[in-house]
Design a protein around this ligand. Structure first.
Ligand code: HEC
Ligand code: HEC
Length: 382
């Protein structure tokens, strides 16, 4: 299908058998038949249509036009939202956003089809640029009544968050320009400050022994860092990350900011915790975890579930240069699969059975299938 010179938004009208695309170069929306791919209509809308959505009854298309069209010296200059009437295969109307509205991004339609929500910026162009607190420029959501085609309200999304150390660190953590050749950031391997589910052969412990990416949640409270404990603490690991993974050292201030961001991360409850019907199983699993003969608690004591020591629990591979690994925290296991330093244990069940054949990693061989389920339920609830 030919979506034009500079395709933008994409939406389906499944019952009509249509795919709608926007072309930002020709300011049009194209209607394509899914069967056969023929373009059945090209409808002119506002300037640079970049996003669109279809009402659930498939009567109306709502198109966000990214830029204002017309005389920029007009103090009311603003971008628009176009409504497309599918029965007539033409534009019904253009709704003009508040003065100095621009950068129209997403469009969403409420499930009842009545309201359309459009994300955009709004500015007070006549104000000097330092009048941020007066709303010089802010992000807004426009609320459009789709049945009467009227702009009924605007929700101001307010000021940017404070430019404090934590926020600064969050930006550095996500900023690939910090890397020597600008191709990755800390967040590439640690999305959300957690894991990417991959193994990497970082050179801090020699070559040829890749390690599974670790979550950075509570890293600062559980020294040493890295599964072989080769970094004294998270602070050292953060500085080393810039030097040896991004190949560009960071200043002490920048490192402190990234630490502040990482320290601000808190655990998020997973689906097991949210499911009240599992409470009994979680309780049974906790009793198994805490019973002396399982030994889990001796190396994984509360509250962070690590003794911060290294142990040989029989998980080393032939390629490893040691048999001892730093005990990891067990918080947020529900989102950090695969497990163990080598990332080979895809599920907690595999970890407790296949990867623990001789009970060197706690005693699990005497647990029934039901008991293992309960223990896994508990582990996933932390
Ligand atoms: C190429 C992927 C990759 C990138 C990029 C990366 N990391 Fe990591 N990170 C890892 C892996 C893999 C581990 C676990 C290594 C191990 O266990 O020996 C890790 C571990 C860590 C740890 C130790 C966690 C703990 O509790 O032991 C910290 C802290 C850390 N990374 C911070 C950072 C920071 C800060 C950046 C950016 C400067 C960064 N990482 C960039 C892959 C990466
Ligand atoms: C002797 C100390 C010790 C005992 C006992 C122990 N663990 Fe561990 N645990 C470790 C070490 C060390 C690792 C890291 C091993 C590795 O990475 O290869 C680990 C890793 C884990 C992991 C993987 C975490 C991750 O993010 O990869 C889980 C889950 C776990 N243990 C649960 C348990 C349970 C459940 C028990 C009781 C049946 C238990 N452990 C008993 C020391 C222990």
């Amino acid at each position: 299908m030919d979506a034009g010179f500079r395709p933008g938004g994409l939406a389906l009208a499944p019952r009509r058998g249509w795919l709608l695309t926007t072309d930002r170069a020709t300011d049009t929306v194209r209607v394509h038949e899914l069967a056969g791919g023929k373009c059945v209509a090209t409808i002119s809308v506002g300037r640079e249509p970049a996003s669109l959505a279809v009402t659930p009854d498939e009567k109306l298309g709502v198109v966000g036009n990214r830029l204002p069209a017309g005389d920029a010296s007009n103090p009311r200059a603003s971008a628009s939202v176009s409504l497309i009437d599918f029965a007539a295969l033409g534009k019904r109307t253009d709704i003009i956003l508040p003065p100095n509205g621009a950068n129209v991004q997403g469009v969403a339609i409420a499930p009842d089809g009545r309201w359309a929500y459009v994300v955009h910026t709004v500015g007070r162009a006549p104000l000097p640029t330092d009048q941020i607190e007066l709303g010089w420029i802010t992000g807004n959501v426009a609320i459009i009544d789709a049945s009467s085609s009227v702009l009924t309200g605007e929700i101001a999304l307010g000021q940017q968050p404070d430019w404090d150390q934590e926020r600064c660190g969050e930006m550095i953590f996500h900023d690939a320009t910090r890397c020597y050749q600008h191709w990755l950031s800390c967040a590439t391997c640690h999305p959300d400050g957690r894991v990417d589910g991959l193994n990497w052969d970082l050179l801090n412990d020699g070559a040829g022994n890749p390690k599974n990416t670790k979550s950075l949640l509570f890293a600062h409270l559980t020294p040493p860092a890295m599964s072989e404990g080769v970094r004294a603490d998270a602070e050292t690991a953060v500085a080393a990350g810039f030097r040896s993974i991004l190949f560009q050292p960071a200043s002490p201030e920048e490192i402190r900011a990234v630490e502040a961001y990482l320290q601000s991360l808190g655990p998020e409850p997973g689906p097991v915790r949210a499911n009240a019907r599992l409470t009994i199983r979680v309780k049974r699993g906790q009793a198994l975890f805490e019973r002396a003969r399982a030994r889990c608690r001796s190396c994984h004591p509360r509250p962070l579930f690590t003794d911060c020591l290294s142990h040989d629990v029989g998980t080393a591979l032939d390629t490893d240069r040691t048999r001892f690994f730093d005990t990891p925290s067990l918080v947020e296991l529900w989102r950090t699969s695969p497990y163990l330093h080598h990332g080979k244990a895809v599920t907690l069940r595999a970890l407790l059975t296949d990867f623990n054949p001789h009970d060197r990693h706690g005693r699990t061989s005497d647990m029934s299938a039901q008991e293992l389920d309960d223990l896994i339920c508990y582990l996933n609830s932390r």
